[in-house]
Design a protein around this ligand. Sequence first.
Ligand SMILES: Cc1ncc(COP(=O)(O)O)c(C=O)c1O
Length: 426
Amino acid sequence: MPRSGFHQCAGSLSRGTLAYSPLTRFPYPQALAPSVLPTVSSQHRIGLAPIATPERLLLGPGPSNAHPQVLQALARMPIGHLDPLYLELMVEVQELLRYAWQTDNRLTLPMSGTGSAAMEAAIANMIEPGDRVVVAVNGYFGLRLADMAGRYGADVITIERPWGEAFSLEEIKAALEAHHPTLLAIVHAETSTGICQPLEGIGDLCRAHDALLLVDTVTSLGAVPLFLDDWKIDLAYSCSQKGLSCPPGLGPFSMGPRAEQKLASRKGKVPNWYLDVSLLNNYWGSDRVYHHTAPVNMNYGMREALRLLAEEGLEQAWGRHRSNAEQLWNGLERLGLQLLVPEPLRLPTLTTVRIPAGVDGKAFSRHLLDQFGIEVGGGLGVLAGKVWRIGLMGYNSTPANVDRLLNLLESELPAFQPTVPAAVAA
Ligand SMILES: Cc1ncc(COP(=O)(O)O)c(C=O)c1O
């Protein structure tokens, strides 16, 4: 039997039945004659069926389902990463990322890696040992930013709000006045809580206090209103697998002129070769110098995802996410479920629902996955076991998906509830 869980395909080969020629029959040059090589072990040579993935509707915190046209783009034959046609595609991807972020930033490109790679790029390029950095922490990803900044030698100061609450401009101002940081980092869309941090005004405060503003837009890009230049955001990063309807693998990144200046005036090298933006710009800018082999197919997918977003239009995409989220919120409340975040601060892409008292939240999400192929997420950090996280992101933000989930909650949840009605978990 094949060992993989992806075993729907017939015709698997099991160990010992592989129909390959013995390696000793290959025509080795004399110097590499098999007699001088160790015997090849077949211990790890497992026999597998070709991959077959299950049908899933991903309504969790990400990844979300990719758009079918993005999948078609990904499946195309790679071309060289210095092929003139690929270089054209790079320009298109950069231009459409600028549209998605509403920025003119020259240094706008997809990092090879997931959102965390783009997060690390922002930190690694900006921070020099001893720089004071204020990180606004009201959830799991603020904590990750603080951790990363510390690893690059920053003098990290965190300001904190309870998970599920946002920062006020007064709190940001007080932190800038008290700590005089070179950089303030904040998460726009905190996927661990479902809060959307209002950003208007923070950029002005940062400029008034000579601090750079770094914003995590992993769960907002393409889905929630976002204006990098108008809101005076100096650095931003995101991911491919949420609002952009791509699989995970690329981390869009953008750096504005003030951040570029800080990069140019660094005393030492960026302590991360792979993510050094000045090296990367030798490839993404006009010089076209090889840095690393670009994940060509991921960028095919990114181009298609961004093309689809531009075709729909940002206002329409934002409006679609908003109206589908409202349909979900109304439906959840009709079912008697409680939402963690109050309405004005709720993220359209990620809704946190309190697990009713007495319900085993994990068992219920497992039931949805096993019986209906639907993934919803559990809580992270202090919210572990207390909330479900429902994502409506990119291609998956549709009225039909909302209806499907609400219908299942109505029909399936009662069996998981205690027979005696209990209060909702605190
Ligand atoms: C707000 C936020 N920041 C950063 C990340 C890290 O991105 P990735 O998991 O793609 O590395 C995530 C992942 O979900 C996120 O939600």
